[in-house]
Write a new protein. Sequence first.
Length: 116
Amino acid sequence: MNTDKILAEAIAKDYIPKENSKIMALKKLDNKAKRPAEIFAYTFGVIASLVAGTGMCLAMQVIGSGVAGMVAGIIIGIIGFAACGINYPVYKKLLEKSKAKYAFEIVQLAKEISED
């Protein structure tokens, strides 16, 4: 077995222009369908966590002081935790909508691939 030849072919494969295959197109469509829901979920989750953390800091009087700050912190914390709680159901709904939008194209391309 000629290891130099195998190594040369492996390196050359990295520089050969890649052909657009149907599998790659199917993966791109799948990612395109999932990306908006994922971006929303991550962004909304981070913001909700920060709101909950701010509420906790106010409630424990790490920032602010007095009873009014503690009450405001409890309210803000509850809002943040509620937002964290609804993040997943909202993500699922957005993902469902997005998948429905691209379902026809994905199914057609998958049928073409499976028939080949």
